[in-house]
Design a protein around this ligand. Structure first.
Ligand code: SAM
Length: 331
C-alpha cells in the first residue's frame, strides 16, 4: 500500500462501511459540563498523549482504508496547542472532510490558524441561549463566547455550522424553543441530542433527567407546527428537519430511544491511543504498540482491521458504570 493511496473500503462484520473517525486529541477541557465531566477530572496532559506524528500515521492508515471524514474532539480540542498541526496533517494525507467539535471558548482566537491548516467545518456545543442556564450547565462557561465562535465561523466561510444541545430535564427544557428559533433566520443546524449515560451519574437521576428526542420534537411541533423532514446521509447520526420557511435546520440525535447502531460508520481514537469501536461499550484496543512499531502505518492498518472486526453490533444504552466517561472518550 502506498502512502495516501486509498486502496480499500473498510467493512465490518455486519456489513457497515467504516468511513468516519472521531479523534480525541486531549482528555482536558476548559468547561465542566454537568453531564460530561466529573468535578475531580484531571486537567493536565497525561504523558503518552497522542502526538502530531502519531495523528499523521493513524490518519494515513485510516485513509488507506477509505476514511472520508475526521472530526477532532476531546476533552476540548482547542486546548491542545498542536491542533492546527494535526489538522494540517489530516489535509496532507488527503482526508476529504475535516471538522472539529468544540465548546467554542477559544475559537475566535484560534480560528484563522485552524482554517489555514485545513479546517472545513465546526460543531459547537450550546445547550442554552440563556447566560445563566449556560453557566450552570457548563459550570462557569460564557454563552457570549459561543456566539463569537459562530460569527467567526461564518466570517471564515465554515459551513454548515452545527449547534449541539444535550437536552436534560430540569435544566434546559425551557431552551428548546429559543434554540430552535435560531434556525429561523440563521444558516445553522440546531441539533438536539439525547443525554447518554456516559457520565456515571446515579441511574435513577439519569432516568429522571433523560428526555427522548420524540418529546423534544413534539414540544417544537406544538410551537411551530409540523416540521418538514429533509433527506440526509443515512449513516449520519442526525435526523434532519426544518421549520417550514426557515433558513436553517433542526436535527435530532437519538442514540438512546432510536439507536442508530445498524448504520454506524464510525471508529473512535482516544487521546491515550486506544481504538474504541463503539461509543456505548467499554471495549477498547490499546494500539500504543502499533504507533511504536518500526513501520507504524502498516502496524496501524492491522490494528484498525482488528478493531473493525471487533466492532459490536449494538452499544449498551442502559445506565451502567462505565470504565471511561464522555470527556475522556471524545464525543
Ligand atoms: N469539548 C467539546 C465540546 O464541548 O463540544 C468536544 C467534546 S464533547 C465530549 C462532544 C459532544 O458530546 C458535545 O456536543 C457534548 O455536548 C456531547 N456530550 C457530552 N456528554 C454527553 C452525554 N452524556 N450525552 C450526550 N452527549 C454528550
Amino acid at each position: 500500500m502506498q502512502h495516501g493511496n486509498v486502496t480499500m473500503k473498510l467493512l465490518d462484520n455486519y456489513g457497515r462501511l467504516i468511513k468516519d473517525l472521531r479523534l480525541s486529541v486531549t482528555p482536558r477541557c476548559n468547561l465542566h459540563c454537568l453531564y460530561c465531566q466529573p468535578l475531580d477530572w484531571e486537567q493536565s496532559e497525561p504523558p503518552g498523549t497522542i502526538s502530531v506524528e502519531e495523528v499523521r500515521n493513524f490518519l494515513t492508515a485510516m485513509r488507506m482504508l477509505g476514511l472520508e471524514a475526521v472530526r477532532f474532539t476531546g476533552g476540548e480540542p482547542l486546548v491542545r496547542k498542536e491542533l492546527a498541526q494535526m489538522i494540517e496533517a489530516a489535509r496532507e494525507v488527503g482526508v476529504p472532510d475535516i471538522a472539529i467539535t468544540t465548546n467554542g471558548m477559544l475559537f475566535k482566537r484560534k480560528a484563522k490558524d485552524l482554517v489555514a491548516a485545513g479546517l472545513q467545518r465546526i460543531n459547537l456545543s450550546m445547550d442554552s441561549v440563556t447566560p445563566e442556564v449556560f453557566r450552570t450547565m457548563t459550570r462557569g462557561g460564557e454563552v457570549r463566547r459561543v456566539w463569537e465562535a459562530i460569527e467567526t465561523a461564518w466570517e471564515l466561510g465554515l459551513e454548515p455550522v452545527k449547534i449541539n444541545a444535550v437536552m436534560i430535564r430540569g435544566m434546559n427544557q425551557g431552551e428548546v424553543i429559543p434554540l430552535a428559533k435560531l434556525s429561523l433566520d440563521k444558516p445553522l443546524q440546531v441539533r438536539f441530542l439525547e443525554y447518554m449515560h456516559l457520565d456515571n451519574s446515579n441511574p435513577e437521576v439519569y432516568q429522571q433527567r433523560f428526555i427522548a428526542g420524540a418529546e423534544t420534537k413534539a414540544h417544537l411541533e406544538r410551537e411551530f407546527g409540523p416540521l418538514e423532514k429533509l433527506e440526509t446521509d443515512p449513516s449520519a447520526p442526525a435526523r434532519v428537519y426544518k421549520i417550514p420557511g426557515s433558513l436553517g435546520t433542526i436535527g435530532f440525535i437519538n442514540p438512546v430511544s432510536e439507536a442508530f447502531c445498524s448504520s454506524c460508520s464510525r471508529l473512535r481514537l482516544t487521546s491515550d491511543k486506544k481504538i474504541r469501536p463503539c461509543l456505548l461499550t467499554d471495549l477498547e484496543l490499546d494500539i500504543s504498540g502499533a504507533f511504536a512499531a518500526e513501520k507504524p502505518v502498516e502496524a496501524l492498518v492491522d490494528a484498525i482491521l482488528l478493531a473493525t472486526d471487533r466492532k459490536p453490533a449494538f452499544g449498551n444504552t442502559l445506565p451502567k458504570l462505565r470504565e471511561r466517561v464522555m470527556v475522556g472518550i471524545g464525543g
